[in-house]
Design a protein around this ligand. Structure first.
Ligand SMILES: Nc1ncnc2c1ncn2[C@@H]1O[C@H](COP(=O)(O)OP(=O)(O)OP(=O)(O)O)[C@@H](O)[C@H]1O
Ligand SMILES: [Mg+2]
Length: 440
């Protein structure tokens, strides 16, 4: 035993002290099979035994890796590191030890979701058809309600995932989390202490996958930027599913990971009016149906814009609803909609995040097509406006479509919601001013 202890060497304790990797008391507890040891213990113990038996270093490394693989498989069945009791070997985790505290990390769903019953039905059907390990993607333009929809839907699936629901806000446009940071969050949700998170990126992915393999878990990756960011985070276990939301269409995820994609369109006029009247006191809306519909249209039927407009009005209702709607006809007013004291949350800020992700040529094209009227543009008209070849207009339109900044309305004709158009025009004015300054 003393020899084994010497060969096991030392390790760093949580407080930074150097301690024996194989303390006697731990060795005897582990050998009794009362506890699943820590992975560091497995490495040290296997190494010490094989070195003691005179095995060459390459054999030691190979055998240690093999034992660690066994350890990972046991760990994945729910036998938490260092936990009391024998690890469960065959039974699925959901019926297993009570010591696994089931993570239920979905945020509170929006109390009221207007006009999404049909989409919830479609999502349900697609979900039932999908096999295990599947990815479900909710995409659509800025503020169309992707996160609210995904969270509401995820709540309805809780019974299908008794081992837990993980949620991480990838903060897509707002300074995104990179995959490694997001894995840190997910591992934390699975009970892995920050100090125990592997530093090596690939080991981090492996640890995450091992921990959820065999479990019935739902993982919601909200506000993703692009496919690259989410790939390492996908729940690959046979009984797991991942729901991703993004402004980006993520065609790569559909092509390579066979993600099912649901595109959320803007609300109907009726549902958009319902969003407004859920916030605005009905006393202000008496004999103002036409204005209510106009405000819904000005807001592009986008829930985020609708809610900001409604809250803005209720913060200062003194001017009267009709006059408020008139003031919103000015695109600048619409763009500056934000909640008092909530900096960085105006519609303009939200749109700028999406705009900044575009290349220079796509930015310029976006500004130019913002100049057309509500009936939209054809590729030929877009090419003429921007002074570029047709093929180039086609390529740039596809890029803008991919970020949901324009949408096809049929017959190769494209439009953008009013609020986006106001934004494109504001950007064009800024670009014009910058050019003038440079020439001055
Ligand atoms: N159908 C709806 N009915 C009522 N309110 C809604 C609806 N959809 C979304 N909302 C509300 O609108 C706001 C914006 O929604 P959400 O954050 O889901 O949009 P998003 O598409 O995820 O935005 P982003 O593009 O910034 O990720 C939230 O306050 C949400 O509760
Ligand atoms: Mg969102």
């Amino acid at each position: 035993m003393r020899r084994l202890q010497q060969l096991g060497g030392t390790t760093r304790a949580a407080n930074g002290d150097e301690v024996d990797a194989l303390p006697r008391s731990t060795v005897s507890t582990i050998l009794r099979g009362d506890k699943l040891p820590r992975s560091e213990f497995v490495s040290a113990f296997v190494t010490a035994c094989l070195v003691y038996g005179g095995q060459p270093p390459e054999k030691v490394a190979e055998a240690t890796e093999r034992w660690l693989a066994h350890w990972r498989a046991l760990y994945a069945t729910g036998a938490t590191e260092g936990a009391e009791g024998r690890p469960a070997r065959d039974a699925p985790l959901a019926e297993e030890p009570k010591r696994w505290s089931v993570p239920r990390h979905l945020p509170l769903g929006a109390p009221f979701l207007a006009g999404r019953a049909a989409e919830l039905d479609v999502a349900e059907q697609l979900f039932r058809r999908q096999s295990g390990g599947g990815v479900f993607l909710v995409t659509g333009s800025v503020g169309v309600g992707k996160s609210a929809f995904a969270v509401r839907w995820a709540h309805s699936l809780i019974d299908d995932f008794p081992d837990g629901q993980l949620y991480v806000d990838l903060r897509g446009p707002h300074g995104p989390l990179d995959s490694q940071q997001a894995l840190g969050v997910l591992l934390g949700s699975l009970g892995v202490h920050e100090d125990d998170c592997p530093k090596d990126p690939w080991r981090r992915v492996e640890r995450y996958r091992s921990l959820i393999a065999g479990r019935r878990m739902l993982v919601v990756l909200d506000n993703a930027c692009d496919a690259e960011q989410v790939r390492p985070l996908l729940a690959t276990g046979e009984h797991c599913r991942t729901v991703v939301t993004s402004r980006n269409r993520m065609s790569g995820l559909v092509a390579r990971e066979a993600a099912q994609r649901l595109v959320l369109e803007v609300l109907s006029s009726e549902a958009a009016c319902a969003v407004l009247s859920a916030v605005i006191d009905e006393a202000h809306l008496v004999e103002a149906r036409a204005e209510l519909e106009e405000l819904a249209e000005l807001c592009g039927y986008l829930p985020l814009v609708l809610r900001l407009a409604a809250v803005k009005f209720t913060d200062r209702p003194g001017q009267g609803f009709k006059s408020f709607v008139r003031s919103m006809r000015d695109g600048g007013q619409l763009l500056s909609l934000a909640l008092d004291g909530d900096t960085g949350s105006s519609i303009q800020d939200e749109l700028e995040f999406s705009y900044r992700r575009l290349g220079l040529d796509a930015k310029r094209f976006f500004r130019k097509i913002g100049l057309v009227d509500e009936t939209g543009f054809t590729l030929e008209a877009g090419a003429a406006l921007a002074g570029i070849p047709l093929a180039e207009a086609d390529r740039l339109t596809a890029q803008l479509e991919s970020e949901h900044l324009v949408a096809e309305v049929g017959g190769r004709r494209f439009t953008m919601p009013r609020v986006l158009q106001a934004f494109a025009r504001a950007m064009e004015r800024n670009a014009g001013e910058a050019r003038t300054l440079m020439l001055a």
